[in-house]
Design a protein around this ligand. Structure first.
Ligand code: NDP
Ligand code: HSE
Length: 438
């Protein structure tokens, strides 16, 4: 049988890794797919650059449209990134009746509804395993392995760069900027690294996970998003003394009032497995009504780990090349006609526990003033400690406290009243805390 011919858009970290894995494991891949798979045509911005992979058997071009229009190519693998040119290329490939594999979470989170609808009309597949959590096959697990469950909630460390930065800050007291530069050198970071540190990349991924978990449309614009850039070492240290670690989490939960969709730094008890996921590793915890909690762990970024997911998608596409499009696994797990719009909860309406740090006057009565306000808002405190301030000349100290679960807008109202007390100095720090205990 003729080999399946693949057109590759992008020869960077993931594109180079994909070409390497396809050639290194060609024999095993062919045994699994039932056909040989070869990259015949590839594009990059500058084809004279040295590459991670051998390109000698590929026709190279600086015009990606040449690849998308190549009549010999059956599968287009989009590894350029961004959401402008990539969208144009993917829609063109679909219109040309080519199957698409992509690692582009920004593209799927923002334009997936339109792309999947075009793919369905044209009878082609769009596979995107590598778009979430790098090498972890989380899309397949959610879409197929957990298909018998009603998913209650999921929570994940889904940005490798962010987790790498937090881990290095916590364990080696390294500077934020220095660790970020290393993540960029290692090929983990997005072209615009603010996507990693401000939580946008994690929000793209959470959009995709929630859609597949709950059968809702992709709604990136409704994700509440906070990054890690404001996390300071003091909070990392205090959290650690209290038995918690700070991780950047994407959380999506089904509630009676709608779906929670939020990305933010989160305290997690060190006893939870997910709290011990360090460096570039990612992990996604999914709770299904039948299976209970399940945890998926692996490398969240990098050349070969991401290529592992891209190549698995290529093999999946090859396996179903000849099947009738009606009988394929739906792109978003649920039949397209059964995708339901459910309300997405505003961040003010979510319920969680909180860590707070306040700088206050170190005198009698201050604690009573603070706890009185929490009590007025029916917010119950789990634990509270007083910390001496390093290098403080004035009579000030830090109060660190953890609350039981409450509604976010009650917490915000309490904090704003406490903030206006004369005894409180500087801005109160609030970090959400998740129990993740099922
Ligand atoms: P890179 O920047 O390493 O590679 C991008 C490739 O696209 C390069 O070969 C570049 O060409 C080419 N390219 C960029 N712009 C154009 C253009 N205008 N016209 C033609 N070619 C262009 O990115 P990554 O490989 O890191 O990322 C690719 C995708 O994979 C992104 O969507 C990213 O979010 C996603 N992803 C990345 C992961 C990672 O660990 N890096 C993990 C999971 C997903 P040239 O080399 O000549 O500049
Ligand atoms: N920049 C992303 C990360 C790449 O660090 O997780 C993987 O999607």
């Amino acid at each position: 049988m003729e080999p399946v011919k693949v057109g590759l858009l992008g020869l960077g970290t993931v594109g180079g890794g994909t070409a390497n894995v396809l050639s290194r494991n060609a024999e095993e891949i062919s045994r699994r797919a039932g056909r040989d798979i070869i990259i015949t045509h590839a594009s990059a911005r500058d084809i004279s650059k040295p590459r991670l992979c051998d390109t000698s058997q590929m026709k190279l071009t600086e015009n990606p449209l040449d690849v998308v229009s190549d009549p010999d190519v059956e599968i287009i693998v989009e590894l350029i990134g961004g959401d402008t040119l990539s969208k144009e290329l993917v829609l063109k490939a679909i219109a040309n009746k080519k199957h698409v594999v992509t690692a582009n979470k920004a593209l799927i989170a923002k334009y997936g509804n339109e792309i999947f609808s075009a793919a369905q009309k044209n009878g082609v597949m769009v596979a995107f395993e590598a778009a979430v959590a790098g090498g972890i096959p989380i899309i397949k697990a959610l879409r197929e392995g957990l298909a018998g469950n009603t998913i209650d909630w999921l929570a994940g460390i889904i940005n490798g760069t962010g987790n790498f930065i937090l881990t290095e800050m916590e364990q080696k007291q390294r500077d934020f900027a220095d660790v970020l530069a290393e993540a960029q050198r290692l090929g983990y970071a997005e072209a615009d690294p603010t996507f990693d540190v401000e939580g946008i990349d994690a929000a793209h991924k959470l959009t995709i996970l929630a859609s597949i978990a709950f059968g809702i449309p992709l709604q990136f614009d409704k994700v509440y998003c906070e990054g890690i850039s404001k996390i300071c070492r003091e909070d990392v240290e205090y959290a650690s003394e209290l038995g918690y670690t700070i991780k950047h989490l994407g959380v999506s939960r089904r509630t009676d009032n709608g779906i929670e969709l939020r990305v933010h730094p989160t305290l997690i008890s060190r006893e939870r497995l997910i709290a011990n996921v360090n460096g570039v590793m990612n992990a996604v915890l999914v709770h299904g009504d039948a299976v209970g909690p399940t945890l998926y762990y692996g490398a969240g970024a990098g050349s070969d780990p991401t290529a592992s997911a891209v190549v698995a998608d290529i093999i999946d596409v090859v396996r179903v090349l000849t099947t009738d499009s009606e009988n394929r696994v739906p792109h978003l797990a649920f039949q397209p006609s059964k995708i339901q719009d459910m309300p997405i909860l505003a961040i003010d309406d979510i319920e969680t526990a909180y860590y707070c740090r306040l700088t206050v006057d170190d005198r009698a009565g201050v604690l009573a003033e603070i706890t009185r306000i929490f009590a007025e808002f029916d917010i119950s405190i789990v634990s509270m400690v007083q910390k001496e301030l390093h290098n403080s000349q004035d009579e000030k100290c830090s109060i660190v406290l953890i609350t039981h679960k409450t509604i976010e807008n009650k917490m915000n109202s309490a904090i704003s009243q406490i903030q206006s007390l004369e005894c409180v100095d500087g801005e109160i720090v609030k970090i959400r805390l998740e129990e993740l205990d099922g």
